[in-house]
Each structure stands twice: as structure tokens, then as C-alpha cells.
Design a protein around this ligand. Structure first.
Ligand code: SF4
Ligand code: SF4
Length: 709
């Protein structure tokens, strides 16, 4: 116990010699920390606004889950376990550290509520906590210095490694634990000799072990050790406190706030400028992020909070194939920039362009916006909004890659990236053989429907992918949907145009489609394209609710409207590839799997990376027109993962995934051994059509779609 620390012959009475010194160190330590933090806050105060005070309960829930509950850490077993142990130790030791600091200037201080039995139990817990934290530090240092996990390494193209800094900080924490334990052990050992009440040290804890060594030393030596332990604790504590804001351990201070203010809405993109409505965007002088100060304060807080753990980059498909992007360095380079340009002393030097200095344009174009980095980050650091903001800045400056200029021009003039005539938009539905089995109406003033099938550009115009459109239409007919399409009135959803950074073009596409959807009078929307699904759900306003076809099919299976015949080849092994904009961004993981599992005889295996850890196919939308520098195609890695899982049929539920995966099958040399199929195509192939469709009163079924294939 800390009570009785000043009791005559008790060696802790030596502490009294240092009261003035300790008080001076407290004041100096707190003042330095306050100054450093105030300096670190300067860029955040100058940053762009970012309203994050809404939904406090949801935010607190995130704090409990991701900060206090350390929810994401077990995704990496060794590092995660170490972090959970260290974090728990820190939480337990926080009050003890505070108490120890006060004891230096007020020797009889006892934390309210921590006297008697409770205090005793707390001391036992903290003895073990200090021991566990010390051991974790030794392990963490050994891991970093000896075993060197690959994800901590820093390729030269991304800058300098922070390994020495990380090890130094880990060592300082270990020293803090030793100092704390030495102080406790010397105090307890000193109580043995004068026959005082002996403080209990938890068996096998660090203070307990030290006490065994110290117990026979003279009282004067124990007093000196007690003093030294205390002084070392205080110096290390304040040094750590003031040093952390200069490196990767700043997250110890910022993580709670970073998690509280983290993004609440998946799939949504931040507006160009918070507080400026779409109608007033023409008054905005400069779009996106061009200088460090163009980031929002929350994005700067992200930079401070990144712990350099490398999990984001470890899961980034762009990084995995050698593209010049590793998300962790988006944070680290920006943080280093902030430290350099907002020095502790002297004037800040702001307004430097980021592209061409700390970031390259290829780096920023390399991102597929798959969201794997954000899904993995234990501190909920955001990347997609930042990368899109940087792209907005480049687009605003006219720095658009050559290969993207043609599709953007076509989107502007024709409403699709291929430059096809609007009237050809519904050609996929007008093919004669298809019309014999399914007639799809185009919605206009005379032809209404309950449901809109939003097809989007790639499915409408790509010969291979039109089959997904036809399968989708037949399934909608089979389940009794009264549906139609917009035909020539439908323009590209603009999903990827927006993520490319072309906000103005996106708004034009969105407004056109919104008017067309409203004029059609539909009450719901279905699409087979996860990008269109995400756009209609999150980027559009005032449009009816939207579903992905996999959700419609799963409901049809559960209700009995859809029945399947067994697969023809029972030897085929299927695996499901989660499209990023259906899975990670919208959490639709189970419906497609439930559908596959309902097909008799279908053998399904999971790839090592699936569901929220799914590996992007290589990117959709405008990324199909971009040729990044890379060692290997992302899709090739994905089909290799399918092969490793023992699958020879890859099922996906996204036309963009289909393009990338079919291409990758050829490039990887799996042609003839592996195939890819869209979920809608597979369902259309396996559906039992002889059975009459269950109808609801109000629904007019396009009978042609149920007449069989
Ligand atoms: S952004 Fe998150 S996952 Fe990536 S290195 Fe930083 S803390 Fe780790
Ligand atoms: S969104 Fe995907 S591609 Fe982009 S940085 Fe994150 S993990 Fe990499």
C-alpha cells in the first residue's frame, strides 16, 4: 500500500528528501506535455471542418467495442494478444501511476476508494499488470528486433523506417515497469527489517521477485533504492509522456478520440466540403486536398493516431501486387510532414503541395477503394475519403491520367464510359432469343412498374456481361417482380466517377438518374451491380430503397419461390468471391452464400481471405481503364487464392469482378481448369422453372420470364 509511506524508519521516508524536486518535475512534465500537445493541435485548428459530434451513443458504442474492447486486435493473433495484454495493463496501471506521482509531493496520499481490502486487491492486480506489461515489452522488442515480421519493414520507396523509434519506446515502457516495481519492492523490503506491517507483493510478480533480492540490504540502501525507483519512474513517465507525440506512440493519447470521432456510415463518401451543399459547389474555389491544410482535422488526427502496425498495408491489394501504394505510408508520410512543417519552435511552414512532394500521383491512383485497410485498422483510421479527396485535388488541377481522359469525356457526353449511344442502352434486353423467354419493359409514362432494375453501364454495354443483365431480369420475373428498366434514360450511376474524384460529373449523372427514377414512379430498385447498389444506397438522395439481386434471390429461396435443381457436375468445387462494394462496404456476406448452399450438390469452400477480409479483384469502375505500375495483376492473386482453396469455379456477384477474374484466370494459366460465373447467372442456370411462380395479388408477372429458358 502507498499509505504509511512516511513512517520513521521506513525507507520510503527518503522520498521526503525529494519533495521539492518531484514537485518541480511534475510541473515541468505537465507544462512540457501541454505545450507539445498545443503545438500538435495547431494544424488541426487550421484544418478543414469535419462535423463529428452527432450520434454520441453510437460513438460511445464504438469506443467500448474498438478502444476498450480492443475488438480488432485478435485478427492478428500474436501482435493482437500482446496489444490486448499491454492495453489492459495500462488501464489497470493508470490509477497506480497517478497515485505514485501524487505520493511524491503528498506522501500520505491514498486514492479514494483504494484503501483497505480494495486497495490490497488493486495492488495485487497492478503488481501482475506491471509484470505482464514488462514481459510483453521484452517480447515485442524481441519480435521487432529479431524476428522482424515482414509487415513492419519499410520499402525504400516509402521512406525511412521507424523501427529504432518503436524499439526505444517499448524499452522506455519496460524501464517504467521496472522503476515502478523497484519502488514497490524497496518499500516492502524496507518494512521487513523494522518489523512494520509488510506490504504484500503478489507472488511471482516483478515487485515480488525484486523484493526477494532486496530484503537483506541495509535500510539506508533500501531507502536510496526506493528514492531511485521513484525518481526513475517519474523521469521515465514524463519523458514518455512528452516524447510520445513525436512518434508512433502518440496513439496512446489520441486513440480514444480517434475511435470516438471515427466514421459511422460505411459506404458513404465525404462531401467535397462539409457545410457546402451540392448546389453551392460552384462557389468552392478549390476542390479536394492539395496541401496538408486541406485535410480535415479528423484526418489529421488519423495521421497522429496511426500506430504503424502495418495491418492496413498487409491487407491492401495494391500493396500486395507492388503498386506504389501502401496505405500506412499515406498516414506516416503525412504525420512526418506535420512534424516537420509544424515545429515545436518557430513558425509553421504550410501550404506546400502534397502531390509531387510526399505523395506521387501513381500512388493515389493505385487505390481500388476496396476498404480492406479501413476494415483492418484497429484504430479506425480512414483512407478512402482521404484518397478520394487527394484525387479531387488532382482532377481539379487537370492532372488526370491519360487513359482516363477518354472514358471521362464519354461519361460527360454520353453518360457511359464507353461512349455508346444512349439508345443502345437496352440492346441487351432486345436480343431476339432473349425476348422469346423474357420481355423486359422500358419504363415510361405508359409503362409503369413497382420495381426498377438499374442495370448500369458495364452490364448494359459489355457483350460478356449482358448475360448477367439477362439472368437478373429472368430471376426478377421468376420471383414475380413487376419490374422494368430505364433504358436510354439511365446513365452511369457515377459511383466510380465519384471515387475517381470527378464530383461535378458525378452530380450531373446523379441528378439525371434521380429525375428519371422519380419520373418512373417505382417504389423500389434492384441492381446486380454492387457499385450501382452502393451509389444508389449511399450517394443518391431521395430515391426508393435499393437491393442487390443476391438479396432478392436469397429471399426467394427462403420463401420457396426459388427452387434449384442439382448441379450437373458434382466434382466441381465452388468458392464465393465477396465483391468489396457488396461485402465490406455494405455487409452483404450471408445472402450470396445462403443461395449457393441451397443448390443441391454444390460443394463450396471458402478462400483464406473471404467476407470482411476478402481480397479485391483489382477494382471496378474507372479502374478498368487505368494501367498502374504493378508486379502482378491483383486479380491473378485472387484466382491463385481460389486455386489454393481447392476451387475450380469462382462465383461472384459483380460485373466488374467478373471482368477482372475471367481475365486473371487466363493470365494465371488456369484457362480450361477454372471458370468464373456470376451468382445471377448460376441461379438462372439452376433454377427450377417448371414450377408455377408464387404470386401476390398486386403483382403482374411478365409470364415470358417464367416460361423457361
Ligand atoms: S493505419 Fe491503422 S492499420 Fe494501418 S498502420 Fe496505422 S494503425 Fe496500423
Ligand atoms: S482502399 Fe484498398 S486499395 Fe485503397 S489503400 Fe485501402 S486497402 Fe489499399
Amino acid at each position: 500500500m502507498l499509505e504509511g509511506i512516511q513512517s520513521g524508519a521506513n525507507p520510503t521516508s527518503w522520498l521526503a528528501q525529494g519533495q521539492a524536486l518531484f514537485l518541480f518535475l511534475h510541473v515541468l512534465g505537465v507544462a512540457c506535455f501541454g505545450y507539445i500537445v498545443a503545438k500538435r493541435l495547431v494544424p488541426l485548428i487550421r484544418a478543414e471542418r469535419d462535423p463529428r459530434l452527432d450520434r454520441p451513443w453510437a460513438r460511445l458504442g464504438k469506443v467500448f467495442r474498438f478502444w476498450l474492447g480492443q475488438w480488432k486486435h485478435p485478427r492478428y493473433k500474436t501482435a493482437g494478444t500482446l496489444h490486448i495484454l499491454i492495453f489492459t495493463g495500462f488501464i489497470l496501471l493508470a490509477m497506480r501511476a497517478f497515485t505514485v506521482l501524487i505520493v511524491g509531493v503528498s506522501p500520505n496520499f491514498v486514492m479514494p476508494g483504494l484503501s483497505g481490502e480494495t486497495g490490497h486487491l488493486y495492488e495485487v492486480a497492478t503488481d501482475y499488470a506491471a509484470t505482464v506489461v514488462f514481459l510483453c515489452m521484452v517480447l515485442a522488442i524481441t519480435r521487432r528486433a529479431v524476428f522482424k515480421p515482414a509487415r513492419y519493414e519499410v520499402p525504400a520507396k516509402f521512406g525511412k523506417a521507424h523501427k529504432a523509434d518503436a524499439i526505444f519506446l517499448l524499452a522506455l515502457i519496460a524501464i517504467l515497469m521496472v522503476a515502478d516495481s523497484l519502488f514497490e519492492a524497496a518499500k516492502a523490503a524496507g518494512q521487513v527489517q523494522p518489523g512494520q506491517h509488510i506490504e504484500f507483493a503478489a507472488a511471482l510478480s516483478l515487485p515480488w521477485l525484486l523484493k526477494i533480492f532486496l530484503v537483506s540490504l541495509p535500510l539506508s540502501v533500501l531507502g536510496g533504492l526506493c528514492f531511485a525507483g521513484y525518481l526513475l519512474h517519474e523521469l521515465t513517465f514524463y519523458f514518455l509522456l512528452c516524447y510520445r507525440p513525436f512518434g508512433i506512440q502518440f496513439h496512446v493519447e489520441t486513440s480514444l478520440f480517434n475511435v470516438y470521432f471515427s466514421k459511422l456510415d460505411r459506404g458513404k463518401l465525404k462531401p467535397v466540403k462539409w457545410g457546402v451543399s451540392d448546389e453551392h459547389l460552384d462557389q468552392v474555389k478549390s476542390f479536394g486536398v492539395k496541401t496538408f491544410e486541406d485535410f480535415t482535422w479528423k484526418h489529421m488526427l488519423d495521421f497522429y493516431s496511426c500506430a504503424d502496425c502495418g495491418r492496413c498495408s498487409d491487407n491492401c491489394p495494391a500493396n500486395a501486387v507492388g503498386r506504389p501504394l501502401s496505405p500506412r505510408f499515406i498516414s506516416i508520410k503525412a504525420r512526418d510532414y506535420a512534424f516537420q512543417h509544424y515545429p515545436m519552435f518557430g513558425r509553421s511552414d504550410n501550404g506546400q503541395p502534397l502531390i509531387g512532394s510526399i505523395y506521387s500521383d501513381d500512388e493515389i491512383w493505385s487505390c481500388t477503394t476496396c476498404g480492406a485497410c479501413e476494415e483492418e485498422c484497429p484504430l479506425l483510421v480512414e483512407y478512402i475519403d482521404k484518397i478520394v479527396d487527394l484525387r479531387r485535388g488532382m482532377v481539379d488541377d487537370g492532372a488526370v491520367p491519360q487513359s482516363m481522359q477518354k472514358p471521362l469525356k464519354a461519361l460527360n457526353s454520353r453518360g457511359n464510359p464507353y461512349g455508346k449511344m444512349e439508345k443502345k442502352k437496352a440492346e441487351w434486353a432486345n436480343a431476339k432469343d432473349f425476348q422469346q423467354v423474357c420481355q423486359v419493359k422500358t419504363l415510361d409514362k405508359k409503362n409503369g412498374a413497382d420495381t426498377l432494375y438499374f442495370v448500369d453501364s458495364i452490364t448494359s454495354f459489355d457483350d460478356r456481361l449482358q448475360s448477367i443483365g439477362r439472368a437478373t431480369a429472368k430471376i426478377l420475373g421468376h420471383v414475380g417482380e413487376n419490374f422494368g428498366i430505364l433504358g436510354a434514360a439511365e446513365k452511369d450511376s457515377g459511383h466510380d466517377v465519384r471515387r475517381f474524384g470527378e464530383e461535378t460529373l458525378f452530380l450531373a449523372l446523379r441528378d439525371h438518374n434521380t429525375d428519371a427514377i422519380k419520373a418512373s414512379g417505382v417504389t423500389r430498385i434492384v441492381t446486380a451491380d454492387p457499385h450501382a447498389y452502393n451509389a444508389l444506397k449511399h450517394d443518391y438522395k431521395d430515391v426508393p430503397p435499393v437491393e442487390h439481386i443476391s438479396q432478392v434471390i436469397a429471399r426467394g429461396v427462403r420463401s420457396g419461390k426459388i427452387e434449384f435443381r442439382p448441379v450437373e457436375n458434382g466434382n466441381d468445387v465452388y468458392t464465393y468471391h465477396d465483391p468489396c462494394y457488396l461485402g465490406r462496404h455494405n455487409q452483404v456476406y450471408d445472402d450470396p452464400r445462403d443461395v449457393l448452399d441451397a443448390i443441391p450438390g454444390l460443394k463450396r469452400v471458402e478462400m483464406a481471405r473471404s467476407r470482411d477480409r476478402s481480397f479485391c479483384c483489382g477494382g471496378g469502375g474507372l479502374m478498368l481503364f487505368y494501367e498502374p505500375k504493378e508486379d502482378q495483376r491483383i486479380g491473378v492473386k485472387r484466382v491463385q487464392m481460389a486455386a489454393e482453396a481447392g476451387a475450380n469455379v469462382i462465383v461472384t456477384a459483380c460485373p466488374f469482378c467478373m471482368v477482372n477474374i475471367e481475365d486473371a484466370i487466363k493470365v494465371a494459366g488456369f484457362e480450361g481448369k477454372m471458370t468464373a460465373i456470376d451468382l445471377a447467372e448460376l441461379v438462372d442456370q439452376q433454377i427450377v422453372r417448371e414450377r408455377p411462380v408464387v404470386t401476390t395479388e398486386a403483382v403482374e408477372i411478365p409470364q415470358e420470364c417464367v416460361a423457361g429458358r
